[in-house]
Design a protein around this ligand. Structure first.
Ligand code: FEO
Length: 398
């Protein structure tokens, strides 16, 4: 593998030595349509240091990339910025192979790595804000708890004005291009937003604290090197600004209609709702859950203003695909949405009541009475759906 997998240069002293996963499509429920990377970085200081490792199964690729720069046995320090297994799955094997003098993590990280891998106290816990001298380079560590896990921290390399930001400011995007400025803007915008919506949205307050924490270091920032996707070297603050905006969850005039259908009745109702929303001036996305993934719904919600739900009743319940997406979205805790519900039924017809209950549980403001159709919608019911759309549109920001 050594002749094939090479490190990629980030600066004169930092090399990317991670792995590219072109195959992964499921990241704990998130559809990673473009794969991902597990970024690890080598700092070629007097004390050679490896920051983060890779997911289980990518050890040989990482080691080959390291060996293209330096004999891995010369690595003195391994830093674990984040204990989640996509970054630590090969940590134990890496420690056993390289035998570094020290392994560093945050206090929570040292505990988490022990809990995961039974490292028997081999990880040294760093203090929040602590600096460590690597001889020809200096690292400063800042805890960024809950961005993404309780153990998370970021590491700043003073000499290169470079922040190793672990999950923060990343995206799931497999590519041979290592830098964001080498990737089409539309792809960056799409994947960065999808990553924020599906991973960080419920942790927005913690992400904001992490950004404050990094600002408080009061250091210049030329490069942000996350643990997934490309490195930000041109205007790195662009992704910080995007995170700040997404965290504010400012609502727009976009409405998404999330629905599924058994015999096309609820689908016809959804189309009538969509017509009413559009006539009322909303930007509308109809998302049938046969053909859309829950993580795409989450991404659309990031800048939506309204969430309208439609489901038939099946065996006294909402449709299973609606239950799936709503369980997922509820966990992401979007704020400030308005919504409404509709659905068809044949026998008992609980779906709209259940959908409204979920909206209320999610603290979505329900702004219209639900509309129901028995078996198939009459013209009158379709008009009610249209009017529901109009009513929701009226309440959206203009
Ligand atoms: Fe990329 Fe929270 O792990």
């Amino acid at each position: 593998m050594r002749d094939v997998f090479k490190a990629q240069k980030v600066t004169d002293r930092v090399w990317w030595v991670g792995a590219i996963d072109w195959s992964v499509r499921d990241f704990h429920g998130y559809l990673t349509s473009r794969g991902t990377t597990y970024n690890a970085y080598l700092v070629m200081a007097d004390r050679i240091t490896l920051l983060d490792t890779v997911k289980a199964g990518y050890f040989d690729e990482m080691m080959a990339r390291i060996a293209s720069v330096v004999d891995p046995a010369k690595i003195e320090v391994i830093v674990s910025n984040h204990s989640e297994p996509d970054h630590s799955g090969e940590l134990t094997r890496t420690i056993e192979t390289i035998r570094p003098k020290e392994v560093w993590a945050s206090k929570n990280g040292a505990q988490a790595l022990d809990d995961y891998f039974r490292l028997d106290g081999r990880v040294k816990a760093l203090e929040d804000g602590q600096s460590m001298n690597l001889g020809s380079a200096k690292l400063t560590f800042a805890e960024t708890r809950m961005a993404h896990w309780p153990d998370s921290m970021v590491t700043y390399l003073h000499e290169d004005r470079l922040l190793f930001s672990q999950d923060a400011f990343g995206m799931h995007l497999a590519s041979y291009e290592r830098f964001a400025d080498e990737i089409p803007r539309a792809v960056l915008d799409c994947e960065a937003a999808k990553y924020y919506a599906n991973i960080l949205l419920p942790l927005s307050n913690f992400v904001a604290k992490a950004i404050e924490k990094v600002s408080a270091l009061n250091v210049p920032l030329d490069i942000i090197a996350p643990d997934h996707g490309p490195i930000w070297r041109k205007d790195p603050m662009q992704i910080v600004k995007a995170y700040t905006a997404w965290g504010e969850q400012k609502r727009t005039n976009k409405a998404i209609v999330v629905f599924d259908t058994m015999w096309k009745s609820t689908e016809l109702m959804a189309r009538a709702v969509g017509e009413g929303l559009a006539a009322g001036g909303a930007r509308v996305r109809l998302m049938p859950m046969t053909g859309n993934h829950r993580s795409d719904v989450a991404t659309e919600i990031l800048d939506a203003g309204a969430l309208v739900l439609g489901s038939p009743t099946i065996n006294n319940e909402i449709f299973p695909t609606l239950a799936d997406v709503l369980t997922y979205i509820r966990g992401l805790k979007p704020k400030g949405l308005i919504g409404a519900a509709f659905g068809s039924y044949g026998w008992s017809g609980e779906s709209t009541k259940d959908l409204n209950a979920v909206l209320e549980e999610m603290k979505v403001q329900v702004v219209a009475e639900p509309v129901r159709a028995k078996y198939s919608p009459t013209n009158d019911v379709l008009k009610q759906c249209y009017d529901l759309g109009l009513k929701v549109a009226e309440k959206l920001p203009k």
